[in-house]
Design a protein around this ligand. Structure first.
Ligand SMILES: Nc1ncnc2c1ncn2[C@@H]1O[C@H](COP(=O)(O)OP(=O)(O)OP(=O)(O)O)[C@@H](O)[C@H]1O
Length: 618
């Protein structure tokens, strides 16, 4: 039975701490199941239809009531996956986990399972759960006992199933016992404070509930199901989060795994469009642990629901549209659900007046796939958390082979956030760039050496002409202007044999110097000389040590040189030319990740590079 991934949307209310920035009430409009969002420039509105759209007033209970029908599929032996997707701070953890006063989907699901259990007369429902986080593409067992290593391998069995090896699966005896264990485990999930979210999840978290219903009259009559509740880490723009080096590493891993998620969805769309003969379509599940563990949810045999979480601030406009477009794409992926006996015939255990009854099947008649069997776990007598009951079992968290190719679905363009990131990583000759930098040996010493050579000046706005150069010509005004060191560290600097007092520079002069350095750094970066770009950005930062964007760019380049991330991108020359032609760029409109505010004057009448030249000359 084919079943498309369902998609719900939830808009978060404005944050009380003002971290959303400016909010335009008109930006995101929800009417019934229709949602529209304005782009960042405010000149285009995008429209979408989803199964359910929750506005900012929605309660946790309303969200859950719309999720419940899917969860109930697990009683038929169908695996269910629910995942929250969205930019950082958009309310994913709130939706999935919630708080003590406002519980989210996870605790409500467990409540619903216990309620169901109390209604059963002819059968017994047994529950267990596992909980893992994926941090920087490594899987950690959040239920592992203290002192035990938490890192786990993901293995693919001969049957194509991906399993987390040595995963701890704990039986759930009571609601209270679950809460005790779950809350401690959830607190151990990696979080950190960023500018956008004081409690930002740095990892993807997957909580899996295993169900087994056994007939009270015939132990061979059983049904097993699995519910995967996933809280994805949010995609991030490091310029907005103010991330430090470690946060940026996490952020890079988060963005990469989300990109892979987007690529998997793209590939499934391509496969669907090609039709039944497209079994050769490559689906890049193996590119990240996240997609390996979610394989069953995406093009597999699971019934899946994605909750797209949206943040209301204007600065998230682009993320909002990306998230909605990703939801639209995911919606076109169809999973192949197994046909259950409950679909095709009524079990002999069905009580005609008791709809809440579950209908187990005779195992010999309807063999369950190995991955769905609940590991045989002795239930503990009392809740034990410290040390937790460690019941290691190889348990399939997620996958089976995707169903056969899907028919008749249109392919959609690549629109996932950072969709080009991984492509860029492959394409970029990172090793080549570093090699080139090494070959040219452009360090601070050689740059200072170049200063002596008094080469002609090339400004940021000359990039188009000079972007292919790998050599950095040094400007006359750079030679003549006074050197700069950070304002925080007043000292006497010696450059080219001349001593200068840093206190002699005004704030405006520092700004201008920084802009010139940034312009030079961009040329170096564009020509692929990251080492030289790094030196020049560092010089710029010395002039304006409070500038977060330059600091971010320095860290990005350092990480790129170490091969941790792909080289950061600059806004295209064409784009900047267009902006210039329109009379400048407003700071708030600077493209994410760009240093546009440093290369364009706010009023657009004079470029900073020219202003720098003029200031330096005066
Ligand atoms: N529907 C809501 N109602 C009230 N507060 C909310 C709602 N959604 C989110 N919040 C609050 O907004 C803040 C950010 O939410 P949350 O931590 O869930 O975001 P997130 O998407 O999980 O972020 P990250 O990806 O950084 O982990 C939290 O303080 C949370 O309590």
């Amino acid at each position: 039975m084919l079943k498309a991934i369902a998609c719900h949307v939830r808009l978060r209310p404005p944050a009380s701490l003002g971290s959303d920035g400016k909010i335009n009430e008109e930006s995101i409009q929800i009417e019934g199941n229709h949602i529209s969002a304005l782009n960042a420039q405010g000149d285009k509105r995008y429209h979408f239809e989803f199964e359910k759209c929750h506005n900012a007033d929605s309660t946790q209970e309303e969200v859950f009531q719309n999720v419940l029908p899917l969860i109930e599929q697990a009683y038929k032996g169908i695996n269910c996956t629910i995942f929250a997707y969205g930019v950082t701070g958009s309310g994913k953890t709130h939706t999935m986990q919630g708080t003590a006063n406002s519980p989210g989907v996870i605790p409500r699901t467990v409540d619903a399972l216990f309620q169901k259990r109390s209604q059963l007369r002819n059968s017994t429902l047994t529950l267990a759960f596992s909980y893992v986080e994926i941090l920087k593409d490594e899987v950690y067992d959040l239920l592992a006992s203290a002192g035990q290593s938490r890192k786990r391998d993901v293995r693919t069995g001969a049957d194509g199933q991906n399993v987390v090896a040595d995963l701890t699966v704990l039986p759930i005896k009571s609601r209270v016992q679950f809460s005790e264990v779950y809350e401690v485990a959830a607190r151990s999930r990696t979080t950190a404070s960023t500018k956008l979210n004081t409690n930002s999840s740095r990892s993807h978290a997957i909580l899996t509930l295993y169900l087994e219903v056994e007939s009270n009259h015939d132990p061979d009559m059983k049904v097993s199901g699995k519910i995967c509740l996933t809280d994805l880490a949010g995609s991030e723009n490091n310029n907005m989060t103010g991330n430090d080096r470690e946060r940026m590493r996490e952020s890079s891993a988060i963005n990469t795994s989300l990109t892979t998620l987007g690529k998997v969805v793209d590939a499934l769309n391509v496969q669907a469009q090609r039709g039944a003969t497209s079994s050769s379509t490559f689906i890049p599940y193996r590119e990240s642990k996240l997609t390996r563990l979610l394989q069953d949810a995406l093009g597999g045999t699971s019934q899946s629901l994605m909750i797209c979480c949206l943040a209301p601030g204007e600065k998230f406009a682009r993320d909002t549209i990306n998230t909605l477009q990703f939801g639209k794409k995911a919606k076109t992926v169809e999973n192949r659900l197994p046909v259950t006996s409950a679909d095709s015939r009524r079990s002999s255990l069905v009580h005609p007046h008791r709809d809440s009854e579950i209908h187990p099947r005779r195992i010999s008649q309807i063999p369950l796939p190995q991955s769905r069997r609940l590991p045989h776990i002795p239930l503990p007598q009392a809740p034990t958390l410290n040390p937790p009951v460690l019941l290691s079992a190889q348990t399939g968290l997620g996958t089976s082979r995707p169903g056969r190719p899907l028919l008749g679905r249109p392919a959609l363009s690549a629109i996932a956030p950072n969709a080009t990131h991984a492509k860029a990583l492959r394409r970029s000759t990172m090793a080549g760039n570093i090699e080139q930098a090494e070959k040219e040996n452009v360090g601070s010493v050689s740059i200072e050496g170049q200063l002596d050579k008094k080469k002609p000046m090339v400004f940021a706005d000359d990039q188009k002409t000079h972007s292919s150069r790998t050599e950095i010509p040094i400007t006359q005004d750079l030679l003549e202007a006074r050197p700069v060191v950070p304002a925080a560290e007043p000292a006497t600097a010696v450059v080219n044999g001349t001593a200068f007092s840093t206190t002699t520079l005004t704030e405006e002069e520092r700004q201008c110097r920084a802009k010139v350095y940034v312009g030079r750094a961009r040329v170096a970066q564009q020509s692929g000389n990251l080492q030289q770009a790094l030196q020049l950005y560092r010089k710029a930062w010395e002039c304006v040590p409070d500038n977060q964007k330059i600091k971010t760019r320095i860290t990005e380049i350092e990480m790129a040189l170490e091969g941790i991330i792909s080289p950061p991108k600059l806004s295209s020359t064409k784009y900047r030319e267009e902006v210039k032609a329109k009379g400048g760029l407003k700071r708030s409109r600077a493209p994410a990740g760009s240093l546009a505010e440093l290369t364009y004057d706010d009023d657009g009448n004079e470029s900073p590079a020219k202003r720098g030249k003029r200031m330096a000359a005066s």
